[in-house]
Ligand binder design. Structure first.
Ligand SMILES: [Fe+2]
Ligand SMILES: [Fe+2]
Length: 177
């Protein structure tokens, strides 16, 4: 069991989620420094969600008596030339995570791991929402162009993806933030 492809990918995913957390913090801090507080708030919130995703996977491994290691995080992009670039990066990151979750799900299915498959269903649903909201934000940002007040007002008004984790979310080790 401990050498299955599913488990190997799931372990790696803890790192991917923490890396997404760090990247979202970098984006949030950049927006904060640009005096765009609504975009900053949005990405600080996204960062916390990614941290929660990592800790949900950790809780799953604890529940199934699997050894857990917390990895260091990978590379983070910090410098952006304009407002649209980090929003594009966020969408690319969500699409990449979707592919990663799909691969873990495929491994669970191939290995006949019904419990693993079931665990990943929530993550698949979450990725549909995350890609959709990141796509919407990019569309609005591109439409707003240099009118950053409009973009900030939109983010404040729509509260995109700000509902927190849904009621059916898996438990997170130490509790969801
Ligand atoms: Fe995530
Ligand atoms: Fe995400």
């Amino acid at each position: 069991m401990s050498d299955s492809k599913f488990l190997q990918l799931l372990r790696e995913q803890v790192g991917h989620e923490f890396n997404a957390h760090q990247q979202y913090i970098a984006i949030a801090v950049w927006f904060d420094a640009q005096d765009l507080p609504q975009l900053a708030r949005h990405y600080y919130r996204q960062a916390i969600e990614e941290r929660n995703h990592a800790m949900m996977i950790v809780q799953y491994m604890l529940d199934r008596d699997l050894s857990v290691e917390i990895p260091g995080s990978g590379d983070v992009v910090n410098g952006f030339e304009d407002v649209v670039t980090p929003i594009k990066l966020a969408l690319a990151q969500e699409k990449q995570v979707t592919s990663q979750i799909e691969a873990i799900f495929a491994a669970a299915r191939a290995e006949g791991d019904a419990l693993g498959e079931q665990f990943l269903l929530w993550f698949l649903k979450e990725q549909v929402e995350e890609v959709a909201s990141a796509t919407t934000l990019l569309t609005v940002a591109e439409r707003a162009g240099s009118n950053l007040f409009d973009l900030e007002n939109y983010v404040a008004r729509e509260q995109i993806g700000d509902g927190g984790e849904s009621a059916d979310a898996p438990d997170a080790a130490g509790g969801v933030l």
